[in-house]
Design a protein around this ligand. Structure first.
Ligand code: ADP
Ligand code: MG
Length: 346
C-alpha cells in the first residue's frame, strides 16, 4: 500500500518550470532515491515534501493524510541535509534531543530516546561532545539521529554524504541503509551519485530537467534503461549507431538478429547500447573487429578501451592473474550476445 504519495507535482520559480508533473507513490518502509544531475529539481521535490517549499500545483499525502498545506513542523518528517546543520553550541546529546524538547517530550523519556538514538548510530559514548570535536562522518550520523529522534513518519535525506571523504561516504551508505531497515522508515534519498543510488535503494527515480524519466529497481534502471538520458547517466555505456530493416539490425555493417525480447524500430537509423560487461574478447553470437587503444587496470576489473567500427568502447573483464591484458594496438575480436543490446529508439 502506498504510504507516501507525490502526485502531479509542479513547481515554477518565475518562468522557470523546475518540477514537471512529478508522480511517485512510495510504499511503507521503502528506500527510494531521486537521482539526477545538479539542477534537475531533486532538492525542490524534497523541500516540497518537507513543507519548506509549496508546490505550484499537485499534492503530497502521507499515510492517507493530505499534508500539502501543512507547515513543516506539523508533518512529522525528519530531514538531513548535505552540510552538517548541527547546532555548534549544543552537545551531541542536546542536538539529538532538540526536536524532542520542541515537542515537549518529558525529560526522562527524552533522555532514553537520545541514548537509544546514539546507540543506533554507533556513537553511544559521544553524547557529551560538541560538533567541532567530531569527524564529518560522525556529524552526519548525529544529524541522522537528530532527525530520527522524533520518530518521524518519513525520512528525507538531501545528499547527506556528498561532503564526506570517499571512504567514509562508502561505509556510511551501508550504515544508513541498515539503520533505515532496522526502523522500517519510509525514506527518500537525494543524490547525483549513481553508485550511491544503485547500491542503496529499493527503487531509483532518474530525474532530468524536472521530469522523472524512469522509475525502477536499480537492476531495471541499469539493465533496461528506457531513455537515452537514463542509459547514459546511469553507468558506463557504449553507444553504436545501427540500421534497422524490419528483420534485425546492422551494426557497422554486421547483421544482428534480435531476440524477441528486444524490440527495434521497423526501419531506419537508431542507437543501440551495450554495457562494458556485456562485451567480451573473442568471437560471440555477434562478432565485431576491434583494436586495443588503452588498458585501465582498476583492480578487480580490467577495462579495455577498444576502437570498434570507429567508436571508442569500454570492455570490462574481471582481473585474472593468469590472463595478462592484450598489447596496445593489437587487433582483436569483440563478441556480445544480442539479448544484451539495449535499443534506444528515441
Ligand atoms: P537539484 O537539487 O537537483 O540540484 P534544485 O531542486 O536545487 O536542483 O534546483 C532546480 C532548479 O530550480 C535550478 O535551476 C535552481 O536554480 C532552481 N531553484 C531552486 N530553488 C530556487 C529558488 N528558491 N528560487 C529560484 N530558483 C530556484
Ligand atoms: Mg540539490
Amino acid at each position: 500500500m502506498t504510504f507516501l504519495s507525490i502526485s502531479h507535482l509542479e513547481k515554477s520559480f518565475g518562468a522557470n518550470r523546475v518540477v514537471k508533473d512529478f508522480n511517485l507513490p512510495i510504499e511503507k518502509g521503502e528506500f527510494v532515491s531521486l537521482l539526477g544531475p545538479s539542477g534537475c529539481g531533486k532538492t525542490t521535490v524534497l523541500r516540497i515534501v518537507a513543507g519548506f517549499e509549496s508546490p505550484s500545483s499537485g499534492s503530497v499525502t502521507i499515510d492517507g493524510q493530505d499534508v500539502t498545506g501543512l507547515r513543516p513542523n506539523d508533518r512529522n518528517i525528519g530531514m538531513v541535509f548535505q552540510a552538517y546543520a548541527l547546532f555548534p553550541n549544543l552537545t551531541v546529546a542536546q542536538n539529538v534531543a532538540f526536536g524532542l524538547k520542541v515537542k515537549g517530550v518529558a525529560k526522562a523519556e527524552a533522555e532514553a530516546r537520545v541514548a537509544e538514538m546514539l546507540r543506533l548510530i554507533g556513537l553511544p559514548d559521544l553524547g557529551g561532545r560538541y560538533p567541532y570535536q567530531l569527524s564529518g562522518g560522525q556529524q552526519q550520523r548525529v544529524a541522522l539521529a537528530r532527525a530520527l529522534a522524533v520518530r518521524p513518519r518519513v525520512l528525507l535525506l538531501d545528499e547527506p554524504l556528498s561532503a564526506l571523504d570517499a571512504k567514509i561516504r562508502v561505509s556510511l551508505r551501508s550504515e544508513i541503509r541498515e539503520i533505515q531497515r532496522e526502523l522500517g522508515i519510509t525514506t527518500v534519498f537525494v543524490t547525483h551519485d549513481q553508485e550511491e543510488a544503485l547500491s542503496m535503494s529499493d527503487r531509483v527515480v532518474v530525474m532530468n530537467g524536472g521530469i522523472a524519466e524512469q522509475v525502477g529497481t536499480p537492476f531495471e534502471v541499469y539493465n533496461r534503461p528506457t531513455t537515452r538520458f537514463v542509459a547514459t547517466f546511469v553507468g558506463t555505456l557504449n553507444l553504436f549507431e545501427a540500421e534497422a530493416d524490419g528483420q534485425g539490425l546492422r551494426i557497422a555493417g554486421v547483421p544482428v538478429r534480435l531476440p524477441e525480447a528486444v524490440e527495434a524500430a521497423r526501419g531506419g537509423r537508431l542507437s543501440v547500447a551495450l554495457r562494458p560487461e556485456s562485451l567480451h574478447l573473442g568471437g560471440g553470437e555477434v562478432t565485431l573487429p576491434a583494436t586495443v587503444e588503452a588498458v585501465e587496470f582498476l583492480g578487480s576489473i580490467l577495462r579495455l578501451r577498444l576502437r570498434v567500427a570507429g567508436v571508442l568502447v569500454a570492455l570490462d573483464t574481471f582481473n585474472r592473474a593468469d590472463a595478462p591484458p592484450p598489447a596496445l594496438g593489437r587487433a582483436v575480436e569483440v563478441g556480445f550476445s544480442a539479448r544484451d543490446l539495449v535499443v534506444l529508439n528515441g
